[in-house]
Design a protein. Sequence first.
Length: 199
Amino acid sequence: MTELVFLKLGGSLITDKSLPFSPRFNKLAEIATELAAALKSQPGLSLVLGHGSGSFGHTAANQYHTRDGVGAGSPRHYWDGFAEVWFQASALNRFVMDELHSSEIPCLALAPVSALVADNGQVSAWNLTPLKTALAAGLVPVVYGDVVFANSIRSVSCWQALNRPSGPISQGASSALRPLPRLRLMRSKPMWVPPMPRM
């Protein structure tokens, strides 16, 4: 029986949020090793991995005030910031992907900016075909904190999209959260993952 699990690695776990653009390489390596062991010991496990943008995307977002939307300042400043947040979030994602690749986890990054569109703070369109196809192929799709285009000023994060009432995680999920077996991530609090419905 295939079990589908979404696991989010918080930005404060994989980066030092007190220092801009500071990945925690030792933590990334440790997580990748543990994920590889969990996937090997549980062949029926389908994993969707997500990670925050930590001291990468948040540093750029704070500098450009992108959460305030286009109407908050000059449009050129906003769009320059939008591109910078994307660049920094993608840079951190590359560090994550490098560690996963080093641990021989068959994975690929799926940038939310290329699949999601928001409207008034809610996801209005989301192409899940690449994510579903990756899972069907036995790959680990990796989504991450990123910018998304919106039809209105109010912004939305990809985590809000994943956890919205009609989202892939919340839809049909039980209210009970459970730990991913055999996966021990170093955090100040336990890592919990919700069950994710079949797609």
